[in-house]
Design a protein around this ligand. Structure first.
Ligand code: NAD
Length: 498
């Protein structure tokens, strides 16, 4: 069996805490590996390595730093299949989807290769008599990222790519459920020429996270995961005077207007609702058809599509989606389906009894479809994070807009329509961070920023895009007077431009 330790100071090291977690292979249900769960002392060792290595890396010119990332991109291409295989085995998503997970991470590293340009400051010549003002961006020092199970390649790269490009040293605490790929990525960064100690991976659970939150030498924390943990990390991290950004859970709505292209809308819902077994923070989990006719047609068209979804082992090559991440999560999702029935929603497709032949111990379930879900129900209010789509019928556009706007989560949202007026109004008014118009999963590309609103995001800067450089650097502003020797006498009044 594989035993995962940590990656500290450029070396793979065994865990010393004596505590381990199980890493499953969801498609078979077997335990694939043991992962070491770090103690506070192991986190401290990683931080000490990072702190010692960071000044030289921060002083390395940005073009050289970018070249390490470029080399990393090349090595990741070389190892693409190996990475995707490990990812699919530990997460459960299909190989094709695992490749997408890796690719969306690499795209942020590509963006970070522009760091010589991105870190440029500003300059004002002659801001006063012989006075010039300029600003510069400098790294924070040692920073940390705490990441979820559902994108074990993409989200670690969203964090360490920009942070390291900016000249910081990084402590990554990936999900203990699928730690294989994050460790492989760290090894590739070392092979690409990153100095030892600049990227450290500490595996662990709450104990490691709390040690990160309490460590005085960690200047910033970027978190992605569920909302209760996001809130916990945000409040405790801020109380420790760190810079913190936390991205949480979601309940993404898709409004289907009566004039929408129904073929396009149904395809979009099937892909965005059930892809990756619904274990995506940008999955569509709520469909809102506007008007009775739209709703009836939508349900009629969705039922056969949900019933014929192809579920299969992650490595099979032709499945629409694979198993869920763990048996515990599968139970939780099935419990939500039972709750929905109790709450009075109409279960039109029930995938709970799906069994994968030859993989009877795997964590599989089929797609589920609820009609007549009401806003007061828990299956509407809470994130299920499984292949379960809830249809909430709205009478009018305003009702649909209000549903998405009033929901406590505000990660992504979409509208499907042929009416430009409605689309524009929706994009302007909806209280959600990322909006799709005839696009079901509006994850912005790497050079824009990604972030949800309301209880989907805590902190004032988004991840990737220009905000990532702002988050991982501090600005210094220099006011200088040349030539030196100018005699103006002592000034007792605050200088102004009056
Ligand atoms: P999670 O909150 O259980 O875990 C996330 C991280 O927090 C992991 O590294 C985990 O070890 C750590 N953690 C878990 N419990 C902790 C505790 N009690 N104290 C301290 N640390 C703890 O999330 P998950 O199940 O791994 O991921 C799925 C969640 O992530 C979903 O809610 C999904 O919507 C969300 N997500 C959000 C985004 C986004 O950008 N908004 C992206 C991906 C996933």
């Amino acid at each position: 069996m594989i035993e995962y330790g940590h990656f500290i100071g450029g070396k793979t090291v065994k865990g010393t805490s004596g505590r381990f977690g199980d890493v499953f292979q969801p498609m078979t249900g077997e335990v694939r590996a043991k992962v070491a769960l770090a103690s506070a002392a192991e986190v401290a060792a990683a931080v000490a390595n990072a702190k010692a290595a960071q000044p030289a890396w921060g002083a390395t010119n940005p073009q050289r730093r970018a070249r390490v990332l470029m080399k990393f991109l090349e090595l990741a291409q070389r190892d693409y299949d190996k990475l995707a295989d490990c990812l699919a085995r530990e997460h459960g998503k299909t190989i094709a989807d695992a490749k997408g997970d890796i690719q969306r991470g690499l795209e942020v590293v590509e963006f970070a290769c522009g760091i010589p340009h991105l870190m440029k400051g500003e300059y004002t010549e002659g801001a006063g008599p012989n006075i010039d003002i300029y600003s510069m961006r400098q790294p924070l020092g040692v920073v940390a990222g705490i990441t979820p199970f559902n994108f074990p390649a993409m989200i670690p790269m969203w964090k360490f790519g920009p942070a390291i490009a900016c000249g910081n040293a990084f402590i990554l605490k990936p999900s203990e459920r699928d730690p294989g790929v994050p460790l492989m990525l760290a090894e590739l960064m070392l092979e690409a020429g990153l100095p030892a100690g600049i990227l450290n991976v500490v595996n662990g659970d709450k104990e490691a996270v709390d040690a990160i939150l309490d460590h005085r030498d960690i200047m910033a924390i970027g978190f992605v995961g569920s909302t209760p943990i996001a809130e916990y990390i945000y409040t405790r991290g801020c109380a420790a005077a760190k810079r913190v950004q936390c991205f949480g859970g979601a309940k993404n709505h898709m409004i289907i207007m009566p004039d929408a292209d129904m073929d396009q809308a149904v395809d979009a819902l099937i892909g965005a609702g059930y892809g990756s077994a619904g274990e995506r923070c940008m999955a569509i989990s709520v469909a809102v058809p506007v008007g009775k006719k739209t709703a009836d047609t939508l349900i009629e068209r969705l039922i056969p599509r949900v019933e014929s979804l192809k579920i299969g082992p992650s490595t099979s090559g032709d499945a629409d989606f694979g198993p869920l991440v763990t048996a515990a999560h599968l139970r939780k999702v099935k419990d939500y389906v039972a709750l929905g029935i109790e709450e009075g929603a109409k279960l039109k497709v029930d995938g709970r009894n799906f069994k994968m032949q030859g993989y009877e111990n795997g964590f599989y379930m089929g797609g589920c479809l609820f009609d007549e879900v009401k806003p007061g129900m828990r299956i509407y209010k809470e994130e299920i994070f499984g292949p379960v789509l809830c249809v909430v019928r709205a009478k009018t556009y305003d009702e649909g807009l209000a549903l998405a706007t009033d929901h406590e989560y505000g990660n992504g949202v979409a509208i499907f329509t042929r009416d430009g007026d409605a689309a524009r109004d929706f994009a302007a008014k909806v209280n959600v961070g990322m909006v799709g118009v005839n696009v079901p999963i509006p994850v912005p590309l790497a050079y824009y920023t990604f972030g949800g609103w309301k209880r989907s995001g805590f902190g004032d800067l988004n991840q990737h895009g220009p905000d990532s450089v702002r988050f991982y650097t501090k600005t210094k502003t220099v006011t200088s007077r040349w030539p030196s020797g100018m005699k103006e006498g002592a000034e007792f009044v605050i200088p102004t431009m009056k």
